[in-house]
Design a protein around this ligand. Structure first.
Ligand code: FAD
Ligand code: ZN
Length: 480
């Protein structure tokens, strides 16, 4: 593209947003690294400009200007995504549309149990705002201090409470969206029931910025629990963990709000790199689980229920040892250990990340088969297996062999390891991405694992909503 149309586009963006909110490499002392580098440092792009609109009308103006100039847009929230979906490519011709200035809570409707918020709100700020109003916003993930609700919805984020409350999709009742043509869809209904045609909300949720820009959302709120208890249990194996999950569903009912599993090697890495966290019970058993019980009655009621559950589990041989947190601080400490696994992995060195899902019932067989396969095919491989067992979602990660050159390992083995794991996932009727999405990292894999009819429908939707490829091209759907 010649220089002139870009100059025109930049002028149009500056006119719409003000000079201060359009950043380019030509600005004196410009450093756009924060918008151009992905969280995992897998890719560094180069933006034509970073546009930072402060309102829905300004987002629409940016989209219209870019569409007119034939320039594509990469929407960005907190830039914590793990699949290289929120940073520009290295062509220097894409505009990053950052939503972080759109960070207002538009309103809380207590009787309707909803909260309407702008896309750039940081998740933790929304949790706090809900709590101050006496409610729970149950979306929770380790990136909550910097990820945005717009990014959470664009990736249909999961996290640690999905077993009870569902993922971002299930927490959203309405959206406001700027389409690829720069039109505004006012869909911020707080309705729980609305059967007037195709569900556009669910279409934009999880579309990873490829169909339009989410500018605001109406979210479900829940009453704050009266008490919340956390337990950490050592289990003799994955089958015992699955059986314990079934028991917890039966005995705790809707009180079961978290059920995480952590493999011994994953915990050994936390113990090695963060010994001050005092990782409990990991030495004596192959897996530990973390359970959370949220109770609407009282702390005593929660504790009684929890103790009864653990007694039954001990009696049935599902648990070999357990600790129940005595205080909120202790509970936070246990969750902190769980949430430190990815950081401990990073300390240990480069690794291959997966966020697969398998029906819960077949997870033990899947892991036994795939562990053995990888150990046979990839000498020295170290499996860091942990995740949201309650949802059948495992972070089935692979660490380079001990003492080896991790960079070389990744270069040589990543696509092979991915192939082995994804093929195994397909044999077990699972998904190659349960949480993080497709982005650029998995776009080339998708055609091998997605139902061909589903993939054709996805392409037809993209073509209908964004025929000119303005919105995040090459993400989710590979453009050859
Ligand atoms: P970004 O990274 O900025 O963007 C992600 C994608 O959404 C991109 O494709 C982008 O183009 C698009 N996008 C962003 N905002 C908008 C918008 N307003 N409109 C349209 N498209 C948009 N994910 C989970 O699901 N569960 C977890 O437990 C979890 N844990 C994590 C822990 C850590 C430590 C980290 C770093 C990440 C984790 N993630 C997890 C991944 C990530 O945090 C989530 O995908 C999150 O939802 C991304 O939000 P974000 O605002 O950072 O989005
Ligand atoms: Zn996760």
């Amino acid at each position: 593209m010649s220089h002139a149309p870009h100059a025109e586009l930049l002028a149009a963006l500056r006119a719409a947003l003000g000079d201060a909110h359009v950043l380019t490499h030509d600005d004196p002392g410009a450093d756009l690294a924060a918008w151009e580098q992905d969280w995992r440092k897998r890719a560094r792009g180069r933006a034509l400009a970073v546009a930072r609109p402060g309102s829905t009308a300004e987002v629409a103006a940016v989209v219209k200007a870019c569409a007119a100039a034939g320039v594509s847009i990469v929407p960005q929230g907190g830039n914590t995504g793990l699949v290289v979906g929120s940073v520009p490519d290295d062509s220097g011709t894409q505009v990053v549309l950052s939503l972080t200035r759109m960070n207002a809570v538009r309103g809380i409707d207590a009787a309707n149990l909803t909260m309407t918020v702008e896309a750039g709100c940081v998740l933790q700020n929304l949790q706090d705002a809900a709590e101050q109003a006496g409610f729970l916003l149950p979306l929770s993930l380790a990136a909550e201090g910097s990820c945005t609700i717009g990014g959470n919805l664009a990736t249909n984020a999961g996290g640690t409470q999905v077993v009870r409350y569902g993922n971002a999709r299930e927490l959203c009742l309405g959206l406001e969206v700027v389409t690829a043509q720069g039109e505004v869809w006012h869909g911020l209904s707080g309705l729980r029931k609305d059967n007037t045609g195709y569900d556009l909300r669910d279409l934009f949720i999880g579309s990873e910025g490829t169909l339009g820009v989410i500018t605001a959302a109406t979210l479900k709120l829940y009453p704050l629990p009266a008490a919340q208890l956390t337990a950490w249990a050592a289990v003799p194996g994955l089958q015992a963990a699955v059986d314990l999950l079934g028991l917890a569903h039966r005995q705790l009912g809707a009180g079961l709000t978290g059920f995480e599993v952590m493999g011994q090697f994953a915990l050994s890495l936390v113990d090695k790199h963060f010994p001050q966290l005092r990782t409990p019970l990991w030495r004596e058993s192959p897996y530990c689980v973390l359970l959370e019980n949220s109770d609407s009655e009282s702390e005593t009621h929660a504790r009684d229920q929890f103790e009864r559950l653990l007694e039954t589990a001990f009696a049935q041989g599902l648990v070999s040892d357990a600790v129940v947190a005595e205080s909120l601080a202790q509970a936070r400490g246990l969750w902190h250990v769980r949430e430190s696994i990815p950081l401990a992995q990073a300390e240990e060195g480069l690794n291959i990340k997966h966020d697969i899902s398998i029906p819960v019932s077949t997870i033990p067989a899947f892991c036994a088969e795939t562990d053995a396969l990888l150990e046979r095919e990839v000498p020295g491989v170290r499996l860091v297996n942990f995740g949201h067992l309650g949802d059948g979602n495992l972070h089935y990660n692979v660490q380079a062999p001990e003492g080896g050159d991790a960079k070389k390992f990744l270069l040589e083995q990543e696509s092979r390891v991915n192939g082995l794991v994804f093929d195994a996932v397909a044999r077990y009727h699972g998904s190659i991405s349960a949480e993080h999405g497709v982005g650029s990292l998995k776009a080339a894999h998708l055609p091998h694992y997605k139902d061909p009819v589903a993939l054709a429908l996805m392409r037809a939707i993209k073509q209908a909503l964004d025929p000119d490829q303005v919105m995040n091209p090459g993400r989710v759907l590979h453009t050859p």
